[in-house]
Design a protein around this ligand. Structure first.
Ligand code: NAG
Ligand code: NAG
Length: 334
């Protein structure tokens, strides 16, 4: 039976659905749309001088993403992001105050299908980041590949996004004066293949890069758990070894893009579509782990930090899960 959205819906709920649709469209199709339009305009229309000038700018501006990007507090403060945050709603919780004279690395788990929590909290002001962490500027990292896409890159940079490269992360965490937070999603796109209602499955044991960056720069590391982010869409079962998973793993390897097969609801009906469910997301920022600076960490140093990190992350999960998740939901760390 098809279940349609009622015709009489308060305007604010329509705006929330619009904002989420905009995000899903941007995530899935905006980069390709921008790239194809730029090629088309340059080759086949008389507006080619505009796109050609832009491509020259793109070349001259090629180092900007890795050196802090080009954020716009105005874009981050758009009502669009507040509507998006209120759709679920997304709530940002802190457990301790951080010192605005220092820089931090946030490790955010899980990725979820389209990183709704991480994006809303850390690359927009939609859930009130500037109130929760006064004096801080957040930089969310994302696959470097996206920063090569014309126009799309400028849009994502306006939210404060930077590439997930060693150089860009180092730039953020070594900024003088403190107050800079580099937000990393260690599980990355491969973790999105595990996102579905049920247990939370993280990819973390092989992820040493962010730990190494924390040690070599002596920057405190903060575990962050985003409750509910994994359950916003359904995803076709893809156990390891299945045909669909083998295809996803090879596309991941060759194109760096994860291809989760997900669905939830549509804009006008509740049975099928790419719009996520209206389910709350609670993102809990834990206590910082002090990491003494060490330019040449051994693998034992990394492993011992990893153990500490995983224990702290589990502690956040255990302490808050009964408030935010169904009772039988387990945390599995691979
Ligand atoms: C951000 O937007 C809110 C309303 O949406 C407004 O009250 C606030 O002043 C804005 N902040 C800045 C710094 O412009
Ligand atoms: C962030 O949003 C809050 C409202 O939730 C607003 O009061 C504040 O001024 C905004 N901050 C910035 C930097 O836009």
């Amino acid at each position: 039976m098809w279940e349609f959205a009622p015709l009489r819906i308060p305007m604010i709920r329509r705006l929330q659905t619009l904002a989420v649709s905009h995000f899903v469209f941007c995530f899935l199709a905006l980069a390709a749309t921008c790239t194809l339009l730029t090629i088309y305009i340059t080759l086949f229309t008389s507006y080619w001088p505009i796109t050609t000038a832009y491509l020259v700018f793109l070349f001259l501006d090629r180092n900007t993403p890795e050196s802090g990007g080009r954020r716009s507090e105005w874009v981050r403060n758009w009502s669009l992001w507040k509507w998006m945050s209120d759709y679920f709603p997304c709530t940002l919780h802190k457990t301790v105050d951080l010192d605005p004279k220092r820089n931090y690395i946030f490790g955010i788990h899980p990725h979820g299908v389209l990183c709704i929590g991480s994006f809303t909290h850390f690359s927009t002001n939609g859930s009130g980041f500037s109130h929760v962490f006064p004096g801080f500027t957040s930089y969310l990292t994302m696959l470097p590949f996206w920063f090569k896409m014309p126009f799309f890159r400028d849009y994502v940079m306006s939210g404060g996004l930077t590439p997930a490269t060693r150089k860009a992360i180092k730039h953020t965490i070594t900024r003088p004066g403190g107050g800079h937070i580099c937000c990393i999603i260690p599980g990355g796109a491969p973790e999105s293949l595990n996102a579905r209602p049920g247990d939370v499955v993280l990819l973390l044991k092989q992820r040493l890069g962010f730990l190494k960056l924390a040690i070599t720069n002596g920057v405190p590391l903060v575990p962050v758990f985003s409750f509910g982010d994994h359950a916003l869409w359904e995803q076709k079962p893809n156990p390891p070894g299945s045909l669909i998973r083998r295809f996803q793993d090879s596309s991941q390897k060759w194109m760096q893009v994860a291809l989760p097969v997900f669905h939830a609801r549509g804009i006008f009906q509740y049975n099928f579509g790419l719009i996520p469910y209206r389910r709350s997301v609670h993102t809990v920022v834990g206590e910082p782990i002090e990491v003494p600076q060490n330019s040449n960490p051994t693998s034992e140093d990394l492993m011992s930090l990893q153990e500490d990190y995983i224990n702290r992350l589990r502690a956040i999960f255990d302490e808050h899960k009964s408030k935010y998740l169904p009772e039988d939901c387990k945390l599995i760390i691979n």
